[in-house]
Write a protein of this length. Structure first.
Length: 96
């Protein structure tokens, strides 16, 4: 692919994912838009350093899996429930 076109699409993905995630209250939707945004950032990195893209993908996957496991443990679906769950599991919420 043309690097200019790839960069344009990557910037659009990063901007759109970030912009759409701002208006969400459900944590899974926020993480979905975060993934769209991170895909844009990884595409920009891919143009310059493919090995760094793979490392970024691994780190993002590990962090996202940890967040999903934490949210599953605390049974948090929305930001409002996550803000009140710190009384039940303060150490787990501090890790988020």
């Amino acid at each position: 692919l043309n690097p200019t076109l790839l960069t344009t699409m990557a910037i659009a993905s990063a901007a759109l994912g970030g912009w759409m995630g701002l208006n969400q209250t459900q944590i899974r939707k926020i993480l979905a838009f975060s993934s769209i945004s991170h895909l844009g950032w990884m595409t920009i990195i891919l143009i310059h350093n493919p090995k760094l893209t793979l490392m970024t993908f691994y780190l993002y996957s590990i962090m996202t899996a940890a967040i999903f496991l934490t949210l599953n443990t605390t049974k948090s679906l929305k930001l409002s429930t996550m803000m009140t769950s710190w009384t039940k599991t303060p150490t787990l919420n501090a890790s988020l």
